[in-house]
Design a protein around this ligand. Structure first.
Ligand code: SF4
Length: 336
């Protein structure tokens, strides 16, 4: 069966390694079938089709299929960035005076094993925008300092067009000056980026799109087409990559990814140190790894292809940029 539309992709999501192997004609080793995880696996047929080997050495497989390491993690539902503490009303995370994140939904096209919001997903937090948005708008009325909203999730583009537009227009009516929309759809379900959706969103420009490409294998013909539609519609696109051990923790992979993104009108914006989320320990890299990769990339790539290396810290510390060079007593000091 041809699965061309984004709705078909969502309706036919895959939930086992056996199905992935069948889809891609790979040998199925039942010993590698996904172990238990509190955050169950699902993946669009499109994203699953990028898997070339049914084992954890394949980057797409590793980002999709729960590792045996996940089950070993004891406290699968903690909130490492203390987002809950900074939620004045359900659905709104405000860690800075002028901006806040709105989790419109906790649903996504595919589940990423490194997801920062897994604590909310596992907890089954309220994720229906119709329930949370009225109180969020009421709160914003009393807090005019909040000028910027990042519509996030989950993935807000999993919602139908009219619901996305209702959310966007509600924030605009409320006087929000800058809107960002975080989505991994161009990666996991690029057919979601339709001409109709772009046309409808364009009426509310500017909307800054924040994508989440982690590996050059994700920049396919379909993904490029989705990015092109967004860029042609005038949306500025930034990308946030998470540094993941065994997936992209080397300069060659990231160089290739960042070059491809720039060629497709996407600015590599942040390279994130993987958050300390229980269940993702197998993805963690030492901070020095990120610093050394950044040093290497600085030598290989132009400035427009270089993201900022960020460690997201709990609470008000927020996003801390790290560099392999700093200054001490007016001298430049390099990380060894
Ligand atoms: S798409 Fe984003 S919110 Fe959804 S599982 Fe992946 S990282 Fe988490």
């Amino acid at each position: 069966m041809k699965i061309n539309s984004w709705q078909q992709q969502l309706n036919n999501r895959i939930t086992s390694v056996k199905e992935i192997c069948k889809l891609n004609g790979l040998a199925y080793d039942k010993n590698i079938d996904e172990p238990f995880s509190s955050m169950r696996m699902f993946v669009t047929p499109y994203y699953a089709s990028l898997i070339e080997k049914a084992d954890y050495s394949d980057p797409i497989f590793a980002m999709t299929v729960p590792s045996p390491e996940e089950a070993k993690s004891e406290q699968n539902s903690c909130d490492p960035l203390e987002e809950e503490k900074y939620m004045p009303v359900p659905g709104l995370i405000r860690r800075y005076p002028d901006r806040a994140v709105y989790t419109a939904t906790l649903n996504c096209a595919s589940r990423c094993r490194h997801c920062t919001r897994r604590w909310q997903i596992i907890k089954g937090a309220c994720s229906d925008w119709r329930e949370t948005l009225p109180a969020v708008l009421e709160y914003l009325k009393k807090e005019p300092k909040v000028e910027e909203i990042i519509i996030s999730g989950g993935d807000p583009l999993i919602l139908p067009d009219d619901e996305i537009i209702e959310i966007i227009s509600s924030f605009k009516k409320q006087g929000v000056k800058t809107l960002r929309l975080g989505t991994r759809m161009p990666v996991t379900c690029p057919m979601r980026i339709t001409d109709e959706l772009c046309q409808k969103m364009k009426a509310f420009s500017p909307i800054w799109i924040q994508t989440h490409f982690n590996h050059p294998k994700e920049v396919t013909t379909e993904a490029k087409e989705a990015l092109s539609k967004l860029a042609d519609s005038g949306f500025p696109i930034n990308n946030q990559t998470v540094l993941l051990k065994g997936v992209n923790d080397d300069a060659d992979t990231l160089e290739k990814l960042f070059r491809l993104l720039v060629q497709n009108r996407v600015r590599p914006y942040y390279l994130f140190q993987c958050d300390k989320i229980p269940g993702t320990e197998h993805f963690w890299t030492p901070l020095e790894t990120g610093l050394m990769i950044m040093k290497e990339l600085r030598e290989r790539l132009s400035g427009i292809a270089i993201p900022t290396f960020i460690v997201d810290r709990p609470a008000l510390d927020g996003k801390v940029p790290l560099s392999y060079a700093t200054a001490k007593s007016n001298e430049i000091v390099f990380t060894e």
